[in-house]
Ligand binder design. Sequence first.
Ligand code: ADP
Ligand code: MG
Length: 323
Amino acid sequence: QVTIDKIAAGEVIERPASIVKELVENSIDAQATAVVAEIKEGGISFIRITDNGCGMDKEDVPYAFLRHSTSKIRSVDDLSHISSLGFRGEALSSIAAVSQVELITKPADSLFGTTYRIEGGKEISIDETGAPDGTTFLIRQLFYNTPARRKFLKTAMTEASHVGDLITRLALSHPEISFQFINNGQSKLHTSGNGNLKDVIYHIYGREIASHLLAVDYESGGIRITGFAGEPIISRGNRNFENYFINGRYVKSNIISKAIEDAYKDFTMQHKYPFTVLHLSIDGETVDVNVHPTKMELRFSNQQQIYNCVCEAVGKALHQEEL
Ligand code: ADP
Ligand code: MG
């Protein structure tokens, strides 16, 4: 079991940011309204994720670390779980296989909490404790038992920036959840969770961008697109500012990027790329999910429709003053 978990971990856990991603997605699934992600040394030596979600009962804790154990019933078409597709119930077992894990968890309706320790896939202890409602995961010494893999990690600074980017995207995709990111004891990001996307954009990108946003609100043929398109004057030097989410999930798609850029074609961009934060809601059946889950690339079965909708939605926002 331990060996199989180590191999499986290679698929899911590439770097500290992959752990943070899996744990925070679990927090979101657990209905948390506030999540704190703290790392030290880029997350290589220390990751702590704290949420105020539903917590786990003591008897469920060891079970959650077994491979293929999940409390979530999912259908293959369920787009909201695209990135964990194929890895159902594998995150915790994979993380525990390659690090030293301490878990403190307590459901609100339970009298006591549970502290659980598991290292390199071996259970160390399970105890009753006093704890706040919710769940805290502590992950120490990533890849301590797989030195070959540890060698592939980049510098702490690079790994930390991957985690920061990830939290940024999670904050943009879930304005209704408060996210805090702490790197080496310094708070880098702290969103309010008040549900206002513009507030989150202001927090992350600052005043210049937040004060030049055009609202996107579009619906056609089962595709709904909301969010913001930046005015052409705040265009940036690379594609990194084209943010878009499909059913709450951050993705990369050449089709969508192209559609966004084409919508700006009528404006002088001087080889620059637009700023956007777009939320697309699409029927799960129209998206091909047969793509490696840890990669964010995905393909659509109806590319042309997606292209047209995005281009039209953004174009409409850009031209709204002229109407
Ligand atoms: P999956 O998310 O695919 O179910 P995981 O290995 O990520 O698999 O998690 C296993 C189980 O552990 C989850 O199904 C859930 O029941 C429980 N769990 C994990 N993280 C949390 C959390 N933060 N709060 C409550 N329950 C959690
Ligand atoms: Mg999970």
